[in-house]
Write a protein that binds this ligand. Structure first.
Ligand code: PGA
Length: 312
């Protein structure tokens, strides 16, 4: 392949088209005309020797060669980011971009930790992505960010996992529920309706795993992708919710809820910072990781919502 013919500009255009799934939208985003975008993609495909996109009806799909090129451009991007941050570090500057993707439930504490980091390094810009566990794992697989925060790291990927904080999942019921104030087992609650997170969520997986191991099938009345909505619905008496303590904040009393003392609960899962083993971490990501690892050296973390979780 005549590699010298490939330009950074063509690769940027290619990544934008792949990301937006449209030549027209990529042209808008890049402030180019659509024919200019098409020409660059055609030239790139000619050099590669295979088509990069398939037109499937109205939507544009990457071909196998396109997928391989997208993975490669992400790696090139990593190398280049790392080069830029090395140069900044040589100039005595901590600057650049830190890209972190978190599972929904981590949004209650991680932004604050990032905030403290940002105050120390005002020239570092942060890009945050928040989604449920399945979506975050997909981003990790595609190498879309630097660091990932989740409770359940995938088992089929070559990754490095740094546990840094405890995650506790609790069962919530209205204050006047018969189980409030008693010690019960999950089997005692088998006839109750449950309000749980959607499948694909790490919180959901924790409760499903526990129930399966206990040989109990829970009656799931409603599955929802929002911790806040689950809290509110549990407050109406529609069912029992199982949520991370981090999601509770000061809402327990407001919603008229209590934590039920269920055998085996709270379920404990560590929160982990995760990255691909072969990821070239830019200096900001290295600095953040280092800071989180230092602060997790066994002391309680004052920033958590309930003040009870301890850093590992
Ligand atoms: P969730 O993730 O917000 O998708 O439930 C929490 C977790 O990974 O434990």
């Amino acid at each position: 392949m005549p590699r010298r013919r490939i330009t950074l500009r063509q690769l940027e255009t290619f990544s934008t088209v792949a990301h937006l799934g449209s030549f027209t939208r990529a042209a808008e985003a890049l402030h180019l005309t659509q024919p200019a975008v098409s020409i660059q993609i055609r030239q790139l495909a000619d050099t590669v020797g295979l088509p990069l996109f398939d037109q499937a009806g109205r939507s544009l799909r990457l071909t196998a060669a396109g997928e391989a090129l997208r993975a490669t451009t992400r790696q090139l991007d990593d190398v280049w980011n790392s080069f830029e941050s090395t140069i900044d570090a040589l100039r005595g500057l901590k600057r650049g971009k830190l890209r972190v993707a978190l599972v929904t439930t981590a949004k209650y504490f991680l932004p604050r930790m990032l905030g403290a980091f940002c105050r120390r390094y005002p020239d570092i810009t942060i890009e945050l992505e928040i989604a449920n566990r399945d979506r975050i794992v997909e981003r990790l697989r595609n190498n879309e960010d630097d660091l990932y925060v989740m409770s359940y790291p995938p088992e089929d990927m070559d990754i490095v996992v740094h546990p840094f904080l405890d995650n506790e999942l609790v069962v919530l019921a209205p204050q006047d529920h018969w189980a409030a104030g008693r010690k019960v087992s999950l089997a005692d609650l088998a006839d109750e309706s449950f309000l749980l997170r959607e499948s694909g969520s790490g919180s959901r997986r924790a409760i499903d795993d526990f129930a399966r191991q206990a040989g109990i099938s829970l009656k799931v009345r409603l599955a929802l992708a929002s911790n806040e909505a689950l809290l509110e619905l549990a407050g109406t008496g529609m069912g029992l919710a199982v949520l991370s303590r981090h999601a509770l904040g000061d809402r327990l009393a407001v919603e008229g809820l209590v934590v039920v003392d269920v055998e085996g609960f709270p379920l404990h899962r560590p929160w982990n910072l995760v990255h691909l083993r072969n990821k070239i971490l830019p200096v900001p990501a290295q600095a953040f990781l280092e800071e989180m690892r230092r602060s997790s050296a066994g002391r309680a973390h004052p920033d958590t919502e309930d003040g009870a979780a301890t850093l590992r």
